[in-house]
Ligand binder design. Structure first.
Ligand SMILES: CC(=O)SCCNC(=O)CCNC(=O)[C@H](O)C(C)(C)COP(=O)(O)OP(=O)(O)OC[C@H]1O[C@@H](n2cnc3c(N)ncnc32)[C@H](O)[C@@H]1OP(=O)(O)O
Ligand SMILES: O=C([O-])CC(=O)C(=O)O
Length: 466
């Protein structure tokens, strides 16, 4: 047995939570398995499936690439494999074939009829199967048990100036956690490539488990008293994250956190944070280094940072034209933004051509929990005004709101008012998607990513008539 196989099997024995099915009507397996045990069964089947599919269809053409696409951020170019989710331009995201409302209905929750648990979504993303409540609980327990940070990482976060953007602190801390990487150690010890997925899985689980402590420490240092509570080993991930942030006493906030972490987790493979993580991972840099790169992508205002920008833009608008501004005043303010050569944050999308269902899920939450909130009323008003203005402006392929247009108002309502922090929450959630794919990247032996590029001069030589 290789060193890493021995490590994996010992680890599985230590951490496994034997769980027996309680609910016979929902089609759960009769003897619940740990996530790693289930993956160990599934991976050889999927490897065979992919091998056979490639053998039969490997030379099938997926699409053509135009010169405009090469200059245009590769929009619509089909060239990536991503197992966890697929995005439809009209319908939005499906996680392993399930829409957001289906996930809300089918995945185990912490409270009856409540929001789905991110632990359950992670299991679904990794395996394609809905976990039992016991399997979901085993992930909660496992993440709580793996959550400790090395002291030097805590010190590193504590030494950051409060003026360093929370996303820069987050990325720095994740790079430092690389010290813990099982994959990096296994690679340096000469692991066989057939075994790569094992230590990648261990790193993915450790990394996700440690995120609440990293993210909450940044929040408490920058905005509060620097003290961070302890993890409750018997609680779920979102409860613990809320507790560390200082919000666990508000049960609605904890439910929001569960929903938030599910909604922002995965958006197929071409979005900048997912693609960056996948690209870095393809060099066999370990999961920590890959995810830190993904976070740096997420920190751009055209991507995840838009959720911070939305609130900033909305507040600035309120300051400029007043809290009771008329539709006409809002419309004029929008035109000033557009004529100033700026984007309206939270609207538009590279793939979606309808309102983002993640926006709708957050709107449903607001309608249920904060229907009278004045900021929610304003966000609803903007939802009705902005698409018309963007359509008249005539440039935007999709004038409708994306996920980032709604998250800030919910967080504000519960007292998390520090917008510069919001993308860190997004990053914690995005780890679920990109880490589950990274395990599959290594399990399927996906190679170094390296597409072809040309210079303008070369392209002109190839295609221009004069
Ligand atoms: C989690 C997420 O990442 S969701 C996206 C978060 N980002 C935002 O909300 C920022 C605002 N939105 C945007 O900047 C864009 O819509 C993006 C980056 C999301 C998508 O970009 P693209 O796929 O290039 O969009 P699209 O094809 O519609 O762009 C065409 C033109 O419309 C402009 N446009 C697109 N959306 C907007 C917008 N919300 N406000 C103003 N102009 C816009 C683009 O800047 C582009 O202008 P250009 O021709 O002068 O370069
Ligand atoms: O899909 C995209 O390009 C951006 C996005 O909404 C996400 O990553 O969640």
């Amino acid at each position: 047995m290789s060193a890493i196989r021995a490590f994996n099997s010992t680890f599985a024995k230590t951490i496994r939570q034997p769980a027996v099915r309680l609910n016979a009507t929902r089609g759960y397996a009769s003897q619940a398995k740990s996530l790693k045990e289930r993956l160990t069964e599934i991976i050889p089947e999927r490897q065979e499936e992919v091998k056979a599919f490639k053998k039969d269809y490997g030379s099938t053409v997926l699409g053509e690439v135009t010169i405009n696409q090469a200059y245009g951020g590769m929009r619509g170019v089909k060239g990536l494999i991503w197992e966890g989710s697929v995005l439809d331009a009209e319908e939005g995201i499906r996680f392993r074939g399930k829409t957001i409302p289906e996930c809300q209905k089918e995945l185990p929750s912490a409270v009856p009829g409540g929001e789905p648990l991110p632990e359950a979504l992670f299991w679904l993303l990794v395996t394609g199967e809905v976990p039992t409540p016991e399997q979901t609980k085993s992930i909660s327990n496992e993440w709580a048990a793996r959550s400790d940070l090395p002291e030097f990482v805590e010190n590193l976060i504590d030494r950051c100036p409060k003026t360093l953007h929370p996303m820069a602190q987050f990325s720095l801390a994740i790079n430092a956690l690389q010290h813990e990487s099982n994959f990096a150690k296994a690679y340096s010890n000469g692991i066989n490539k057939a075994d790569y997925w094992g230590p990648t899985y261990e790193d993915a689980m450790d990394l996700i488990a440690k995120l609440p402590k990293v993210a909450a420490r940044i929040y408490r240092n920058v905005y509060k008293d620097g003290k961070v509570a302890d993890i409750d080993l018997d609680q779920d991930y979102s409860y613990n994250f809320s507790k560390l942030l200082g919000f666990e006493e508000n049960k609605e906030f904890v439910e929001l956190m569960r929903l938030y972490l599910v909604l922002h987790s995965d958006h197929e493979g071409g979005n900048a944070s997912a693609h960056t993580t996948h690209l870095i991972g393809s060099t066999l840099a370990d999961p920590y280094l890959a995810f830190a790169g993904g976070l740096n992508s997420l920190a751009g205002p055209l991507h995840g940072l838009a959720n911070q920008e939305v609130l900033r833009w909305t507040m600035k608008m309120q300051e400029t034209i007043g809290k009771d501004a008329s539709d006409e005043q809002i419309t004029k303010y929008l035109w000033d933004t557009l004529n100033g050569g700026k984007v309206v944050p939270g609207f538009g999308h590279a793939v979606l051509r309808k309102t983002d269902p993640r926006y709708m899920a957050q709107r449903e939450f607001a309608l249920q929990h904060l229907p009278e909130d004045p900021l929610f009323a304003l966000v609803s008003k903007l939802y009705h005004i902005i698409p018309g203005v963007l359509t008249e402006h005539g440039k935007t392929a999709n004038p409708y709101p994306n996920v980032d247009a709604h998250s800030g108002v919910l967080l504000q309502y519960y007292g998390m008012k520090e917008q510069d922090y919001y993308t860190v929450l997004f990053g914690v959630s995005r780890a679920l998607g990109v880490m589950s794919q990274l395990v599959w990247d290594r399990a399927l032996g996906l190679p170094l990513e390296r597409p072809k590029s040309y210079s303008t001069a070369h392209l002109k030589k190839m295609y221009a008539k004069n």
